[in-house]
Design a protein around this ligand. Sequence first.
Ligand code: ADP
Length: 512
Amino acid sequence: MVNRIKCYLPLLFLSTYSNEEKITLPNGRISNVYTGLFINNEFVDSVDRKVFETINPATGKVITSVAEASDKDVDLAVEAAANAFNDVWNHVDGKERGRLLNKLADLMERDLEELAALETLDNGKPFYSAKTYDLPSAISCYRYFAGWCDKIHGKVIETQHDKFCYTRREPFGVCSAIIPWNYPLEMQAWKMAPTLACGNTIVFKPSELTPLTALKVAALCKEAGFPKGVVNVLSGFGPIVGAAIASHMKINKVSFTGSNAVGKSILKASADSNLKNVSLELGGKSPNIIFADSDLDQAVKWAHMGIFYDSGQCCCAGSRVYVEDSIYDKFINKFKEHALNIKIGDPFHKDTYQGPQISLQQFNKIMSHIETGKKEGATLLIGGERHGEQGYFIKPTIFTNVNEEMTIMQEEIFGPVVSVSKFKTIEEVIKKAHLTKYGLAAAVFTKDITRAIKISNELKAGTVWVNCYNLVDANTPFGGYKESGIGRELGKYALDQYTQVKTVQINLGIQM
Ligand code: ADP
């Protein structure tokens, strides 16, 4: 495997264009990789001419270096986005915006294999997943919001006889999005598609850990025909670029997905600057509740996918599994067997289910949570250790004998680590399910439809899955209760996040 990854190492050489390189991807494809900041439809150096390295987490080796933005570049990108909004984009009608978003989706379909391979190289997720799930899902999101572009309208409100009142849904103007590294292409689509559909321009910041596919999509936006300045992409670090965005006086909205601590800092920065509109999709510690009457084999498979998919790096991961005590032993044996059979390793290998964690820092954080779990008295059933000699792989890890006071039952671990415990009654399990600050998602497995509906209504979570897990579509809203966030992404609900409502009152003859 080591040799194989060695020959997979990207061969870099400079092409004739600056801020663009050709990389031979591990699947043999050659990709044009863009390494500059994307402002006004051009790839440019940062003002300070600084760069930073992006790493392949499967090997720990450098892929390439990309431009590192600072607050000066944020100013330039905001100026570009403001000019584009005022001079062009605000006058482009919905049909044309929809055509451009569909064109972008077409180009992503054309380059699907290349984008998927680049995503795998930069993020470490299995190529199969990137190609089969992430790309089609991102593309369908652009298409879904393309469809909304010419259907965003207000209402006529009946008031008094001599009055005519209507509302308009207007764009904010310059918007911004800051995303994490776990689903770079999908998160970009979740934010960029509705932002643009609603008639805003955007300054977009990918995670510093996975900048490559966002920059590639920027190039496709230009090819699709988006006017200059409508889409701007700044690679760089959160505390510098992200913080400059959050406190910028000319950005009217920030949509953020990431950790709770950073989400809160963005809200504060908004309050301390121009009160920009903020929507947040934050962490989770989602309960997955399995009743004795469920289809056990199905419950095991879904619960497995619920936590181990994408190396456990999902905000909605089902990291607390509650099993009715009469089937606990059967469940845990099957669940353990499944986890032991996971194929971990080279994400470009066709059989790989689990790739590496994103970075050494995340790897260390997860391992430290595992140590804490052991110290606090949980039983480590399987896993809890590194896999392989290079890259940041962690074996699927199951804890049992846990309680809600333990750190591993409270904090988001964001790795392939799950805690499984027993329950006896519905009241008990609902109470336990609610004992965290989070409320992003939850799942219930039962054949009793009445119970499924009652418990779904009770659970304080933005999404409840019944007899399934992780199902998200472009047209289904997603977001958190409690400290898991503010606002909803996707679906018609997302249009509320990217428009502001204007009321127009017309006097048809009311006398003073
Ligand atoms: P994670 O722990 O999942 O990496 P973070 O919240 O640290 O989540 O990062 C998510 C995104 O937020 C990234 O794009 C990161 O660069 C950005 N970010 C990090 N710190 C800040 C900050 N202080 N202000 C704004 N954005 C930030």
